[in-house]
Design a protein around this ligand. Sequence first.
Ligand SMILES: [Zn+2]
Length: 365
Amino acid sequence: MIRDCASIVRDFFCDRCGFEGLLLGGRLCEHCTLTDTLARLLDDGTGRIASKFLPLVKILLEMDRPKSRLILLRNPDVIRLLRGLATGSIPLTHDGLPQETPWRTVTHLRDLLMDSGVLPRVDRQLLLYQRWLTERLDIIEEPEHHQLLRRFAIRHQMRRLRTKAEKAPLGRSQTNHTKQEVTQAGAFLAWLADRGRTIGQCQQADIDAWHTESLATRRPSQSFLRWCMKTGRMPRLALPPAVITQDPERLHQHHRLAMLRRVLHDGSLPLRARVAAALVLLVCATRQPHRSPHHRRHHRRRDHHHRPTGRATVPAAGSRRRPDAGLHPDPTTSALRQQQEFTVALPRPSARTAHEPGQPPGPPA
Ligand SMILES: [Zn+2]
């Protein structure tokens, strides 16, 4: 055996650990070279590896074929990412890492951090969403829009998704909806910029125009708009109530009644939203098909009133009303009666506390 030849024997043993095999520069074996490389890259500035990274070092050293890890650690992106994590310039979080590029390297590194327990395991759909988000934000040229959407996604959406993922694995539909929210939020910011306004200068007319053009497509932007209002980034404005987007044919009568009661009596909702919702609910009620003979009789007798006039009615707060003119179980009859008896009038804010929810408004205060 070669090591028996006295003149060359030491060349085959690592200077540090005595391992016999291929030696690299500095006369160290691959394992010891890897240890040194990791110590250098993960030095937190004190000359030592921060304790939180020790589990990562452990699994990297325990894997077979240390040579492949040495090759990995020569990659400039890996070096930059590890240095950033070690020194704290890249936050060691599931929010911080996805902001980095290239995503394949980031994903590989994150897998290692999760495998070693340095980062907690996260939902697969959540990871896919984060990758999508990084790529989506990259194509937004306007820096302010980019920053705002990023904050929204991380501070609002990711928090929400993570809470859900803690209870059960996320479904694709959940992250698809979240993607729509970001896409439509970005579209809104660009649309508003075309109107010459920033989010902080947004007006009610903008919100109305935005939703009028294509409510179904643009509705996912509302999550972003609510967040902007809540965090003081835009003025508090009224958004169209979600009820408008529901298919009126599928809306069961008792649901409609419950919603109608709420929009008529719930003073906590914005007045504008209440009026819009009430109009839609009443117009839908006049178009609702009826099946029972009782309803058909009503239909025939009142047929000439049945064409929707586009002038649906909201009872005026404090209007004098017949005792049975409240929310009758038959919303068609009720809506028609209101159309016949009252002109369009908006619920007045002063009437908000004048009655209990579910009860018809009382006489004027
Ligand atoms: Zn060694």
